[in-house]
Design a binder for this molecule. Structure first.
Ligand SMILES: [Zn+2]
Length: 478
């Protein structure tokens, strides 16, 4: 009996993990009427159809998807309209217990093998609310007429994942990119701020249906929606809230200036980026998901926040990370460039004081955190959000003092151009920098692969003291 059950299982019950499914295309057709205003907006609902085309990399007869806990699948069928067997239930994510999602399993009538193309269409509807209880404090969106956003973190569209933290992070960090068609039906007062190509725009009663296509395959769908105003300028546009026109004008100028500055420092980008910069409410989390940059309101409201914009634009000069648990040294690089650009474009003499603030914060951090972690281990130890942004800029500052600013900036640009296609792993940057200038080896040994930097930070009163140790040894070497 046991053998028969086992054979039945392998014949009919094969389930490939989601990272063994290549997503080919994703069509999302969503209607968000947003007709309840004010306190009533939590009652707003969306209705949507997701049509997903996948190709399995190993045989499978079912797929697993996750959707917002308040969204319910009403129908699931193939491209000919034949229904799939579907189960859905509310689950806690394994390894991320505060995350509750609707877990959907679709079972095919016959097993799909490698190279097959399987299409499934899911009709679903319901509410969306934030996911702050998961620790992602910035995921606050609901179907609020003032602002809402479709993005992976709030699961307003189904994603191919198993209900585990591991599977989610694999999918989110994977480079399985797919072509996207996104159709949004919105009130005529609203629009999406997206860098996607507009294919069609049609009126449907009091609503407008927008049809977008991703200019290149992408791994996530990010669509901020609001009664936006827009300024267009050549290859980029800025979408902003009604009250923030002055800020939007300042940002349009600032983007041009900082692009020129970075190109002068690091050399050209491989492709001229076309993108949209969209204002989102404060504390909703700035992000770059090309061709859309979402930027929180404070950077539209105070000129001092221009640094945040410089930070995001600095990421254009990053090669893709190939490691799942990357140390995210490029956040340190962006912080460093942000301070340098702000000093150049906005206020002279702010570079060192900005770094000094980081130094002070990190000195405090190490008073209560005694673990010794090298930069290369930040991803593996899960400390990127506290340390990549804090230690990273100090590391690049020391490199800058040792190599010289011009040489370091040119090396950053060259590194990006060399690794843009292949992506860069944990050891690629240190190897590259040492090849450029062997003087940085001791800095890399102490900071990137070692933990001597912690002692240096604890003992330093000024940032220049961080670099002084290396300058002495360089003079001796020379
Ligand atoms: Zn960043």
């Amino acid at each position: 009996m046991k053998i028969i059950a086992f054979l039945l299982f392998i014949t009919f019950g094969l389930h490939a993990q989601s990272d063994q499914l290549d997503i080919l295309s994703y069509q999302l057709d969503m209607s968000i009427p947003l007709d309840h205003q004010g306190l009533e907006y939590p009652q707003n609902t969306l209705t949507a159809i997701a049509r997903i085309e996948i190709s399995p990399m190993q045989a499978t007869s079912s797929v697993s998807l996750l959707l917002h806990r308040l969204l319910n699948v009403t129908k699931a069928y193939d491209e000919k309209g034949n229904p799939y067997k579907i189960t859905q239930s509310l689950v806690r994510i394994e390894g991320w217990e505060t995350f509750q999602l609707n877990h959907i399993t679709l079972t095919f009538s016959k097993q799909a093998t490698v190279g097959d193309v399987v299409t499934f269409v899911l009709e679903y509807q319901g509410h969306v609310s934030g996911y702050q209880e998961t620790g992602m404090l910035y995921v606050q969106e609901s179907l609020d007429p003032k602002f809402t956003i479709i993005r992976p973190e709030s699961f307003s569209y189904p994603q191919l994942m198993e209900p585990s933290e591991e599977s989610m992070s694999k999918r989110w960090r994977s480079d399985d990119k797919f072509t996207q068609q996104v159709q949004l039906t919105l009130p005529s007062t609203h629009c999406a701020a997206t860098g996607y190509t507009l294919k069609a725009k049609t009126s449907v009663g009091t609503q407008v249906k927008w049809h977008y296509e991703s200019p290149a395959p992408a791994a996530a769908i990010v669509m901020p929606i609001a009664p936006y105003h827009v300024i267009e300028k050549g290859s980029y546009s800025v979408y902003y809230f009604e009250d923030d026109e002055d800020g939007a004008q300042r940002i349009i100028v600032g983007i041009g200036e900082v692009f020129d500055l970075y190109a002068r420092w690091m050399g050209p980008l491989l492709t001229q980026p076309k993108f949209v910069l969209a204002e989102i409410p404060d504390m909703y989390g700035s992000q770059v998901v090309m061709p859309t940059i979402i930027q929180t309101a404070p950077s539209f409201r105070s000129p001092e926040s221009m640094g945040e914009l410089y930070h995001e634009i600095a990421h254009f000069w990053n090669a893709r990370d190939t490691d799942l648990k990357s140390p995210r040294w490029n956040e340190g690089q962006s912080m460093f460039l942000q301070y340098l650009a702000y000093d150049e474009l906005n206020e002279r003499g702010t570079f060192v004081p900005s770094l000094t603030k980081r130094l002070e914060r990190m000195k405090n951090y190490f008073k209560s955190h005694t673990e010794q972690i090298s930069i290369s281990e930040y991803g593996k130890k899960g400390v990127t959000s506290s340390l990549s942004y804090g230690i990273g800029p100090l590391f690049f500052y020391v490199l800058c003092e040792v190599m010289g600013k011009e040489k370091l900036l040119a090396a950053m640009g060259e590194f990006y151009r060399q690794f843009e296609k292949s992506g860069a792993g944990i050891d690629d940057l240190p190897k590259f920098l040492i090849k450029k200038d062997k003087k940085v080896k001791s800095v890399i040994d102490d900071w990137y692969y070692g933990t001597r930097y912690i002692e240096l930070i604890k003992n330093a009163n000024t940032v220049s003291e961080l670099a002084a140790a290396y300058k002495v040894s360089i003079e001796k070497d020379d």
